[in-house]
Design a protein around this ligand. Structure first.
Ligand SMILES: [Zn+2]
Ligand SMILES: [Zn+2]
Length: 341
C-alpha cells in the first residue's frame, strides 16, 4: 500500500466557496479503509459543512456523506472489508464503542457524533478514508449513482418506517414528495402499508401513484388531517416537511396511539395541541439515519424490491453547480456526483 493522489472538492472556511484541489490520500490507519469513490450524493445536510452549521468543524473540509465506492486499501484490524469490495458510507461516520449508548449497542446515538463529510473528509473526492465500522456492503445489482442517495435519504426513511411499529396493512402517510418523500412512499408501499402520499398540488398525484401510493392527498385543496381521519387515521405519519405549521396540523390525522416521525427539519419550533396527544396517546418523535448495517439492509431491501431514487447527475468538477441545483429545490429528486466509473 501507499498513499495516492486524487481530486477533492473542499470548503476552505465556513461560508467559503467550493474549491477543486489535488490531494494526497494516505494509507488507512487501524480500523480504517480507503475507498475509491464512484458516486456521492449531494444533500441538503452538506450545507452543514458549506455554511459551518455545527460547532467544531475543522477546515478545509470535503463534504459528502452519500458515498458509493470500492475498497481501495485496508488498514490493520479490519477483518471484513477487502480490496475490490463495493461498499457504501452514509451519514453515520463510525462510533467509539465506549460511550454509554455504544456500550448498549445503540451505535447511532454514539456521543462522539461522528459524521462523514463533517467530522472527517467526505465523498466529494476520488478517495475517502473511512472507519470500517460505518460501512455497508453493496449488492451487485445496484448502480453507484442509485445507491448513493439510498445511503442517506433512503436509509432515513426506510429505517424510520421499519422501526415505527406499523404493520403490513396499516395506514402510513408520507408528508411531502421530494428527496426524502419520493423514497419514503416507495418504502412504505413495498413494506405492505396502506400508503398515503401528501403533497402540494394535483400535478404530484400521478407521480405519487407511480411510486406506489394507494391514496393521494393534495394539501392545497384538501385538509390532510381530516382526509386521514376519513381513512381511520394514520398509524404512522412520516414527515419530510420543513414547514412547521403544516407538520403540526398533520398531527390531527393520527389514529389513536399513532406516531408522527420527523425526518425533515422544520424551520421553526412546533406548536402542538397537547390534549389529543395525551388522551389519544399520540406522539411526535424524530429519527436519525442508521448505522452501516442499517445502510446495508436499506440497500438490500431496495435491490430486492426494485426501489430506486430519481437522480440528476453531475461530474465532480461541477460540484458547486450540483450543490446550487440541490439547494434550489428544483432537482427531481436527488443530485448525485458521478465521480469515477
Ligand atoms: Zn444526506
Ligand atoms: Zn460511542
Amino acid at each position: 500500500m501507499s498513499s495516492v493522489t486524487g481530486r477533492a472538492v473542499q470548503v476552505s472556511a465556513a461560508g467559503g466557496e467550493f474549491q477543486l484541489v489535488q490531494k494526497q490520500f494516505p494509507d488507512p490507519g487501524p480500523g480504517q479503509v480507503r475507498i475509491r469513490v464512484q458516486a456521492c450524493g449531494v444533500c441538503h445536510s452538506d450545507g452543514v459543512t458549506k455554511f459551518g452549521l455545527m460547532p467544531g468543524i475543522q477546515y478545509p473540509r470535503v463534504p459528502g456523506h452519500e458515498i458509493a465506492g470500492v475498497v481501495d486499501a485496508v488498514g490493520p484490524d479490519v477483518p471484513l472489508f477487502t480490496p475490490g469490495r463495493r461498499v457504501g458510507l452514509g451519514w453515520h461516520g463510525g462510533h467509539c464503542n465506549y460511550c454509554v449508548p455504544c456500550r448498549r449497542g445503540d451505535f447511532i446515538l454514539c456521543e462522539k457524533n461522528l459524521v462523514s463529510g463533517i467530522s472527517f473528509d467526505g465523498g466529494y473526492a476520488d478517495y475517502v478514508i473511512a472507519p470500517a465500522n460505518a460501512l455497508a456492503l453493496m449488492p451487485d445489482s445496484l448502480f453507484d449513482v442509485d445507491a448513493a442517495p439510498l445511503l442517506c435519504a433512503g436509509i432515513t426513511t426506510y429505517n424510520a418506517l421499519r422501526n415505527s411499529g406499523a404493520r403490513p396493512g396499516d395506514t402510513v402517510a408520507i408528508l411531502g414528495i421530494g428527496g426524502l418523500g419520493h423514497l419514503g412512499v416507495q418504502y412504505a408501499a413495498k413494506s405492505g402499508y396502506r400508503t398515503v402520499a401528501i403533497a402540494r398540488g394535483q400535478d404530484k398525484a400521478p407521480l405519487a401513484k407511480q411510486l406506489g401510493a394507494h391514496i393521494y392527498i393534495d394539501s392545497t385543496t384538501q385538509d390532510p388531517a381530516a382526509e386521514l381521519q376519513k381513512q381511520g387515521g394514520a398509524v404512522v405519519i412520516l414527515s419530510t416537511l420543513t414547514s412547521a405549521d403544516a407538520l403540526a396540523s398533520a398531527v390531527g390525522g393520527l389514529a389513536p396511539g399513532g406516531k408522527l416521525i420527523m425526518v425533515g427539519v422544520p424551520e421553526k419550533p412546533l406548536a402542538l395541541n397537547a390534549m389529543p396527544m395525551i388522551l389519544g396517546r399520540r406522539s411526535v418523535v424524530g429519527w436519525p439515519s442508521g448505522t452501516g448495517m442499517d445502510s446495508e439492509d436499506t440497500l438490500n431491501f431496495s435491490a430486492l424490491t426494485g426501489i430506486r431514487p430519481m437522480v440528476e447527475t453531475y461530474p465532480l468538477e461541477k460540484a458547486a453547480e450540483a450543490f446550487d441545483r440541490m439547494m434550489s429545490g428544483k432537482a427531481r429528486f436527488r443530485v448525485v456526483l458521478q465521480i469515477n466509473k
